[in-house]
Ligand binder design. Structure first.
Ligand SMILES: NC(=O)C1=CN([C@@H]2O[C@H](COP(=O)(O)OP(=O)(O)OC[C@H]3O[C@@H](n4cnc5c(N)ncnc54)[C@H](O)[C@@H]3O)[C@@H](O)[C@H]2O)C=CC1
Ligand SMILES: O=C(O)CCC(=O)C(=O)O
Length: 530
């Protein structure tokens, strides 16, 4: 039974769903990195929010880990390249807390417009300072949106409802989408010059880090009010403090900080500064949503191989997974076969699906071919890191589909291009037509028709097609005490090149290969394993 660790506070629904789905679950929160390193080796899955930092060191200790599930959106607390290199799937729940976070941004905008936190503190201190707290209306003001994705577009919708004008800077926002949202797409400098309020809704990336730098803040309108419910690091906090102190910035509200938890900050105590402790996603509705979603996604993956909302591997629904399973087995075997039979640098791998195979999700099959191929070179490859490793090795990967059926109802062909030219192998599935339960079968090897199961240990021989050869080989194997399980034969033309694929009970030894190669008519002989 797979085992999951929930290492951050999460709605109890998550643990309930894991158990209902047959996944064992431990909830152990508040561990230090070293304490986590000591226990993580026991788990197949790790469910987190933002507190657990999944570093390289933690991943190195996570020898059984298959999936990390983030109950939320931002995954900047996970070392995704390290997870991918280790073959660990990283998933998030992209929509479960968007409304809640957008509402928090709107709440903070109101808090700034009417100085609510300071007015509250003053009133409860018995001061009744009616003249001190003069606010501004939101109606007709311009809201500058940096990032108009899921959360940004909900903020825009709410702001339009408040009769604000919304301008947005987002290089990936299409003009059609801007029109649909009823907002104006602008460049960053124009947004800075026009906005009365600025709200940030981008991930923290190399491009967005310090997007509100000292220089950018200097371009903002006098009295601008700034809200950040996305990530610390998007705003230069020292420059923000200087802008608030000088009065150029009329107010700032931060839910997120460069250093979290933010137990101290030069910004604390600054007039017109409002803060919350990364509460953007903290509503009961959002927490139930993300807990249910993360547990369902992780359980799907651990129990049936379904992949949803993964950031480092193509999606594969739990319904698709059983249909694709035999194809992935076929793809992996074909990849492994070409990997074992090909020597020298590979420039390109092409994966061509024909007939029924072409109607399926190709990405998992491509990953399986690459994993099978690369496993002949490295032990640390799997479906998750195979595309990455192929890229690192400079292998171009091509995907071709032909929906029309050829000789077979369904076919996968894997071709590799090396300095010596391009060669291909092809396989099909035998068995039920919906593929569930069907068995992989090799049908073509380097242009020669041959029918073989690729399983266990095999002897591969290329020889000249001449009378007596099979007898000589059979006698040799008998003398060497090698038991033949299955025997498959194919030839390019009568008297031309022939291939033999024999399944044998034990791995083919170097000594046996030497003797086979010494037989008259043998061009190549190799041992294969699947
Ligand atoms: N405070 C909190 O508790 C929460 C914070 N978040 C944060 O909010 C962020 C946004 O979430 P979503 O809207 O769901 O993400 P999203 O991926 O739907 O939207 C992000 C938008 O940022 C845009 N973007 C990317 N690079 C940009 C750049 N250089 N300049 C301008 N725009 C750029 C993208 O095109 C995209 O439209 C998350 O990455 C997460 O860090 C999310 C949930 C809760
Ligand atoms: O889990 C949380 O409280 C934080 C949510 C968040 O920052 C996110 O989903 O990106």
């Amino acid at each position: 039974m797979p085992k999951v660790l929930i290492s951050d506070a999460m709605d109890p629904k998550a643990a309930q769903i894991f158990r209902e789905r047959g996944v064992e679950v431990d909830e152990i929160t508040g561990k230090t990195p070293d304490e986590l390193i000591a226990i993580i080796g026991d788990y197949d899955g790790l469910a987190i929010r933002s507190s657990t930092k999944v570093t390289k060191a933690i991943l190195a200790a996570a020898t059984n880990l298959k999936v990390i599930g983030r109950a939320g959106i931002g995954v900047d607390n996970v070392d995704i390249p390290a997870a991918s290199a280790q073959g660990v799937v990283v998933m998030n729940t992209p929509f479960g807390n968007s409304i809640t976070t957008a509402e928090h941004a709107i709440a903070l905008m109101f808090a700034l417009a009417r100085q609510l936190p300071e007015a509250d503190a003053s009133t409860q201190a018995g001061k009744w300072e009616k003249n001190r707290f003069m606010g501004v209306e939101l109606t007709s003001k311009t809201l500058g949106l940096i990032g108009a994705g899921n959360i940004g577009s909900i903020v825009a919708d709410r702001a339009l409802g408040l009769k604000m004008k919304v301008v947005a800077f987002d290089p990936f926002l299409s003009p059609e989408r801007a029109l649909e949202l009823g907002i104006e797409k602008v460049e960053l400098d124009e947004l800075l010059a026009r906005a009365d309020f600025i709200t940030l809704h981008t991930p923290l990336t190399d491009q967005t880090r310090n997007i509100l730098s000292a220089e950018a803040l200097a371009k903002t309108k006098q009295g601008v009010r700034i809200i950040n419910c996305a990530r610390g690091g998007l705003i230069d906090e020292a420059a923000l403090k200087a802008g608030l102190d000088s009065g150029h910035i009329g107010g700032a509200a931060l839910d997120v900080f460069v250093q979290e938890p933010a137990k101290e900050s030069p910004l604390f105590g600054t007039p017109n500064f409002v803060s919350t402790p990364h509460l953007g996603a903290s509503t009961s509705e959002a927490q139930v949503n993300v807990a249910i979603q993360v547990a369902e996604q992780m359980a799907d993956y651990l129990m049936s191989g379904g992949v949803t909302n993964a950031l480092n591997v193509p999606s594969l629904s739990a319904e698709e997974a059983p249909r694709l399973k035999p194809y992935m087995a076929l793809a992996e075997k074909l990849g492994s076969l070409v990997g074992q039979l090909t020597h020298g640098a590979i420039g390109r791998i092409s994966i061509h699906s024909e007939g029924a195979a072409a109607e399926l999700n190709q990405k998992p099959m491509v990953s399986a071919v690459l994993a099978g191929f690369l496993r002949t070179q490295t032990d640390t490859v799997n479906m998750v890191n195979a595309p990455l490793l192929a890229k690192e090795r400079g292998i171009e990967v091509r995907e071709v589909r032909t929906e029309r059926e050829g000789d077979y109802h369904t076919l996968l062909r894997v071709s590799v291009k090396t300095d010596a030219g391009e060669r291909s192998v092809a396989g099909t599935l035998f068995g039920p037509s919906d593929a569930v339960g069907a068995a992989p079968r090799l049908v073509e090897l380097f242009g020669i028709k041959v029918e073989a199961d690729l399983a266990g240990h095999m002897l591969y021989v290329v020889n000249e097609d001449a009378p007596g050869f099979i007898g000589r080989l059979g006698s040799l194997l008998g003398e060497q005490g090698v038991n033949i399980g299955t025997f498959h034969l194919g030839r390019r033309s009568a008297g031309g090149e022939a291939v033999l694929l024999l399944s044998v009970d034990e791995p083919v030894t170097a000594e046996l290969l030497g003797k086979v190669r010494a037989l008259a008519g043998v061009r190549t002989a190799m041992g294969l394993s699947f």
